[in-house]
Design a protein around this ligand. Structure first.
Ligand code: NAP
Length: 307
């Protein structure tokens, strides 16, 4: 039986691991499918305090893991496929193996959202990607398209402009959620072309198992046309990873955990940390802070129970 299991190995999960390990609780971190969380999908992180020159995202999260291991945290590869939080100890099924724990920190984050076109789905990994930093390298000298109007889309477009011959940014409105600085950077990038009030209707060519182009529609002019594309990157936000807790941990209608104050959920002994609850700030530093809060709550909860 574990004192504490942490689901998720991003900034929130790793920080919770550092704190609970230093409290001698011997935490177990279950890394999930997206090991390292969103930071493992980024390049340079310039806004994490303490790194005036910036730090590479995967290095930052790996350093956190090493720090947690140094204090005795265990890490396990795999994803939680089922849970029973109806009584304590809580039970978690990690790809077939059941684990019992007195407390649980849910730091499972949020995964990339897709447009939902069948052709898009069928071409994932064949020219369709949600991770510019992972796949950008494959599109050197090629035509790239980025979908979205937030900071993620601007960041992806700027990053991909290092590789592609041209980058077309497609956004469904003509106003942007992106911060001014990120939007301006993309606008001033000579390789990036903006298509606003435009939606993707189809990704070609499923029969060739390769992205060759897209069908676009300008929603203001109701104009439809095909455009050649080699790499198609979706950057339209994220979906919280709470499916395995459905009907147990309370969430809002989008699936984000509803906080009951501090890091508490509706279940005593189950705590939240990071993007799985946070739809507003979603920064590495806020996720790390949330991981710290959850760890302190776990420590106090177990102490109150005499563990
Ligand atoms: P976001 O801010 O929620 O933006 C999502 C974008 O995708 C919006 O432009 C939205 O369009 C569009 N979209 C959503 N569903 C769509 C659909 N079905 N079809 C077409 N377009 C769709 O998400 P994000 O860009 O991932 O950013 C999330 C958070 O992380 C933000 O707080 C952001 O500031 C932060 N972030 C920061 C950095 C950085 O500072 N380096 C980098 C990345 C992200 P509408 O506007 O029309 O809804």
């Amino acid at each position: 039986m574990r004192n504490v299991v942490i689901i998720g190995s991003g900034c929130a999960g790793n920080t919770a691991a550092i704190y609970t390990a230093r409290a001698n609780l011997k935490p177990l971190v279950i890394s999930g499918h997206e090991v390292g969380g969103q930071l493992s999908l980024t390049t340079e992180v310039e806004n994490f305090p303490g790194f005036p020159e910036g730090i590479n995202g995967p290095s930052l999260v790996e350093n956190m893991k090493l720090q947690a291991e140094k204090f005795g945290a265990d890490f396990m590869h795999g994803a939680v496929i089922d849970t029973d939080l109806s009584q304590r100890p809580f039970r978690l099924n990690v790809e077939g193996e059941w684990i019992e724990t007195r407390t649980l920190i849910v730091a499972s984050g949020a995964s990339a959202r897709w447009l939902g076109l069948e052709s898009e789905f069928k071409l994932i990994g064949h020219g369709v990607s949600s991770c510019a930093t992972c796949d950008g390298f494959f599109y050197r000298g090629k035509k790239i398209m980025v979908i979205g109007g937030g900071d993620s889309a601007m960041e992806a477009a700027n990053f991909l402009s290092r590789f592609g011959s041209e980058v077309t940014l497609v956004h469904r409105r003509d106003e942007f959620r992106a911060s001014k600085i990120m939007l301006d950077r993309a606008r001033h990038n000579p390789k990036i072309k903006f298509l606003t009030n435009t939606v993707v209707e189809e990704v070609y060519d499923v029969s060739k198992k390769l992205v060759t182009g897209v069908r676009l529609r300008n929603t203001k002019e109701d104009r439809v046309w095909d455009q050649e594309v080699d790499g198609y990157f979706v950057a339209i936000g994220h979906i919280p990873n709470t499916k395995v807790f459905k009907g147990q941990i309370e969430t809002d209608s989008d699936g984000y955990i509803l906080s009951k104050g501090g890091a508490r959920t509706n279940i005593a002994g189950v705590f939240h940390a990071g993007d799985v609850e946070d739809r507003i700030y979603r920064q590495a530093i806020t996720a790390a802070g949330a991981g710290c809060k959850a760890a302190i709550e776990v420590e106090r909860f177990l102490e109150a129970e005499g563990h």
